[in-house]
Design a binder for this molecule. Structure first.
Ligand SMILES: *Cc1c(COP(=O)(O)O)cnc(C)c1O
Length: 355
């Protein structure tokens, strides 16, 4: 989280703009919260350049909730194609199988989720209701640098992307997307808010068993207020959107500015890993994530010493996910370049003193 956003939320915690109420105490149907919601939606639309034929929904249930909610709304119980590139898309595939005929169009399990086949090599089903992929695999550190153009591959299926862990870190090519979902907790705000951006023609096809509160048509028709939305999460996300819109970098602003910074951060860290004898990143360079950088010490017996020293240097949360081990630096939007510079300096010093 950007520190400015946290400070502003703290300052307004007990009294939002002189209203005498904190956001958590407001009626979600009152005019104050109505303004917060409308601004958050408009700012997100501007930030991500979301075209008018897409709805922006503020939901609950998280990324894993959407793994069920998407097939409940879009699959019509038919065939759905999955591009499996790591832990998250594997979870999405398994969950969808409860509601639809989930198929694997491509998987990189064979190479340990370190490289991805080109879209032209995927086996897309002619009758798929949609194609799902995770545009940034948080645990494996794999990111799509470009979304596939399914129409150019002869598919009529809409593309569904899980962009939880890199939303707002780079622009989205909406001409290639039917639906995007993401939990807010990585790049946008507190846990508990889920963002869904869905094209209008994909609404209204939910299975009868779809819970009403998770029916996209119902949520859209009620401006995300069919039931009480996660008001605090929407408020803090809204502050983050304003912070993002105000960012400037080399003549760029908003998400383009963030992208410029994120490229510089990622290049610095991958450069340090590749240039060392001590650390290694297994992901094929073309697929390396700018947000989540997993790396291993070549001598894994030094893992604990590395983490202890990092903690002493104020570098926290570097332990890799238990499924891949090693280390992982999540360098989300709010992580400044100085944070990555500090990590790289620590890595070099650790290598020097342990070589
Ligand atoms: C963190 C993350 C999720 C999280 O799902 P929750 O249900 O909100 O815990 C989903 N997908 C991806 C790619 C993630 O990084």
């Amino acid at each position: 989280m950007p520190e400015e956003v946290l400070r502003e939320a703290a300052e307004q915690m007990l009294d939002w703009h002189g209203s005498g109420l904190g956001v958590m105490e407001m009626s979600h149907r009152g005019k104050e919260f109505g303004q917060i919601l409308a601004e958050a939606e408009a700012d997100l639309r501007q930030l991500l350049a979301v075209p008018s034929e897409f709805h922006i929904l503020f939901m609950q249930g998280g990324g894993l909730g959407e793994n069920a909610i998407v097939p409940l709304n879009l699959s019509r119980g038919g065939v759905v194609d999955f591009v499996v590139t790591g832990s998250w898309s594997t979870k999405s595939y398994k969950e969808a199988g409860r509601y639809a005929q989930a198929r694997v169009a491509s998987t990189n399990a064979g190479n340990g989720h370190t490289d991805v086949a080109a879209p032209a090599q995927w086996t897309l089903s002619p009758d798929a209701a949609y194609v799902h992929l995770c545009s940034n695999e948080t645990i494996n550190g794999i990111e799509f640098q470009e979304l596939p153009d399914l129409a150019a591959l002869g598919s009529r299926a809409p593309l569904v992307i899980d962009f939880s862990s890199h939303v707002a870190s780079r622009p989205v090519d909406w001409s290639r997307v039917g639906l995007a979902f993401g939990g807010a907790q990585k790049n946008i705000g507190p846990a508990g808010l889920t963002i869904v951006v869905v094209r209008d023609d994909l609404l209204g096809h939910a299975l009868p068993i779809c819970p009403s509160a998770f029916n996209y048509r119902t949520v859209a028709d009620n401006q995300s207020m069919y039931n009480t939305p996660p008001t605090w999460g929407i408020y803090v996300a809204g502050l983050t959107f304003k912070w993002l819109l105000a960012q400037r970098e080399g003549g760029l602003s908003g998400v383009a500015a963030m992208e410029r910074r994120n490229i510089a951060k990622a290049e610095l860290l991958y450069g340090a890993i590749d240039g060392s004898q001590f650390y290694v990143n297994q992901v094929a360079p073309a697929w390396r994530s700018r947000m989540n950088v997993p790396f291993q010490l070549r001598d894994e017996s030094r893992n604990q010493a590395f983490l202890d020293g990092a903690r002493d240097a104020g570098l926290l949360q570097l332990k890799g996910h238990k499924s891949v081990g090693g280390m992982r630096a999540s360098i989300y939007n709010a992580m400044p370049l100085e944070g990555v510079q500090a990590l790289v300096a620590y890595m070099r010093e650790f290598e020097r003193s342990h070589a």
